[in-house]
Write a protein that binds this ligand. Structure first.
Ligand code: CS2
Length: 502
């Protein structure tokens, strides 16, 4: 059997421009001539999320707007380039739900550049007038900022490097500023910078970071960059990491080998601040919502979806649940998340015209999707960068209103319990976080003393800020839950919290 599988795998042709015509007729493929499309967008951070999201919207538009294709750049690892290059940039997006898997081949990415090995090509393209938008998904940590304040972290090693080597940058802010500097020098209007990451006020935040970097390079450049458009966005689509089993299944479905198909859910949402002085494709024709102010949407999504996600990820992982859909199989956890959204998050949101109860119910449905193998471990990554906008902002508002936040506090406590790096069975947890080393040292010092652990972790100023760290109610709420997590374990703690519900 094994031999047979190997033979059939190696015999399978690779997805590419040449083999596209042999994809089964039920599978949607690009409806435009790929030899006629030209790049209008450079995308930094060409990961799975971008390919499941913006690349699909652009794919919908290229037939009528062929000058808006995407050139992607990977900043960290060249693995996407290695996967997509032999496929002429083509890849599959497979939408999964209880009914099945629905693949579609996307052609909007013309090519992928490795920002390290092909830096000059990337910068030259970004500096050329045909590029009118540079979009970004480099995850929270890719902005080299302080998550609690949203300011550029001037001590970040990549920022230190880029400030002393401004024409050979490696960070996202450094690359953006060098490309903008080249445009300024050549008298070319700037591109719009569109962050599609889950940062709070992502447009403004990235503008602050990039302008600061430019100003540190040269005050005149800083001033010029201050005029660049940084439209804010709210992006939403759940994208679990692709597994080998997914690859094999997609190969069967499309009749060709795709080295990196993307698995996602039916739902997709994109709200964009309409601020593109140098033009944009009609994203609304592909289903995006163009608005004047995107912040209320961002806040709603970060607090409702991502706040729930992170809470489920830490508690769920510790409770032994591999996938979010497993967490949703535990009624106590469902009650916890339902209560977190209804009682603690929704009162902090002001969304005229949006039915928040319906939004919550739709989120719970999405979390339940049994076909989406979304690992709690995947969401648990980089918690130090995620907590401020997902849980702590809501908690700040609850503190200011004098309202309780037991469930959000439990989410924070679960993160503290998780970053200790040892689960309830005594097994090591692979904690991935830019602050992992510091957190491990704090945990080692604390030993099994929850109070010391709490004090150590809350001292991470770039996560908690001094206001939250110094707040007594916060301290009592989180430290009590943390103590309980160590004492009676995750499942019992969750049960206690939901049973204490009003
Ligand atoms: C998740 C998000 O991994 C995570 O932290 O919470 O990637 C989430 O799936 C997306 O924001 C959904 O739009």
């Amino acid at each position: 059997m094994v031999t047979h599988d190997l033979i059939s795998e190696t015999a399978m042709t690779r997805l590419s421009a040449q083999t596209l015509s042999s994809v089964p007729s039920g599978v949607r493929v690009p409806d435009y001539d790929r030899t006629q499309i030209t790049p209008g967008i450079v995308h930094l951070g060409i990961g799975a999320f971008h390919r499941a999201h913006m690349a699909v919207y652009v794919d919908d538009l290229l037939k009528d707007h062929p000058d808006w294709a995407i050139v992607g750049a990977s900043l960290r690892r060249p693995d996407t380039k290695e996967a997509l290059e032999p496929q002429d940039g083509l890849f599959t997006v497979a939408v999964r739900d209880a009914e099945g898997t629905h693949p579609r081949v996307i052609g909007s990415i013309l090519k992928v550049l490795d920002a390290n090995a092909e830096r000059e090509d990337l910068l030259a393209l970004m500096a050329s007038p045909q590029i009118r938008i540079v979009s970004i998904t480099v995850t929270e940590k890719g902005y080299c900022h302080d998550p609690a304040t949203g300011e550029l972290d001037q001590r970040h090693p990549d920022i230190v490097h880029d400030l002393s080597n401004p024409t050979a940058p490696k960070s996202a802010p450094g690359i953006l500023v060098e490309a903008l500097a080249r445009r300024k020098a050549a008298g070319i209007a700037p591109f719009a910078v569109m962050s599609c990451d889950n940062l709070p006020s992502n447009g403004e935040t990235v503008k602050r970071i990039v302008s600061k970097f430019a100003q540190l390079r040269d005050p005149a450049l800083g001033e010029w960059v201050g005029q660049v458009a940084f439209p804010g966005t709210m992006v939403d689509r759940i994208v679990p990491s692709t597994t080998d089993a997914d690859r094999a299944m997609i190969g069967e479905l499309i009749g060709a080998e795709d080295a990196w198909p993307i698995m996602t859910e039916p739902f997709t949402q994109w709200v964009i601040e309409d601020h593109f002085p140098d033009g944009r494709p009609p994203f609304e024709r592909a289903g995006a919502q163009m608005v004047g102010d995107v912040e209320p949407f961002e806040r709603m999504k970060l607090r409702m979806l991502n706040g729930s996600h992170s809470t489920m990820a830490y508690l769920g992982y510790l409770a032994g649940y591999e996938y979010i859909s497993d967490v949703m199989g535990d009624e106590d956890f469902v009650r916890l998340i339902h209560g977190l959204m209804t009682e603690e998050v929704m009162p902090t949101l002001d969304m005229p015209g949006v039915d928040l109860g319906a939004y919550r119910d739709q989120l719970l449905e999405r979390f339940r999707n049994p076909a989406l193998k979304h690992r709690t471990w995947q969401i648990a990554m980089d918690g130090s960068q995620k907590l401020p906008q997902r849980l702590l902002g809501t908690i700040r508002d609850r503190i200011a209103a004098g309202e309780p936040f037991e469930r959000l506090g439990l989410g924070v406590a679960a993160w503290m319990r998780y970053v200790v790096g040892i689960d309830e069975k005594g097994e090591n947890i692979d904690v991935r976080d830019p602050l992992a080393m510091r957190m491990m040292a704090i945990a080692a010092d604390a030993g099994d003393d929850a109070e010391t652990l709490y004090e150590g972790l809350v001292g991470l100023a770039e996560v908690f800020g001094s206001d939250v760290a110094g707040n007594q109610v916060f301290g009592e709420t989180v430290a009590t839950h943390l103590d309980s997590l160590f004492d009676i374990g995750v499942k019992e703690t969750v049960r206690d919290v939901v049973e204490g519900e009003p």
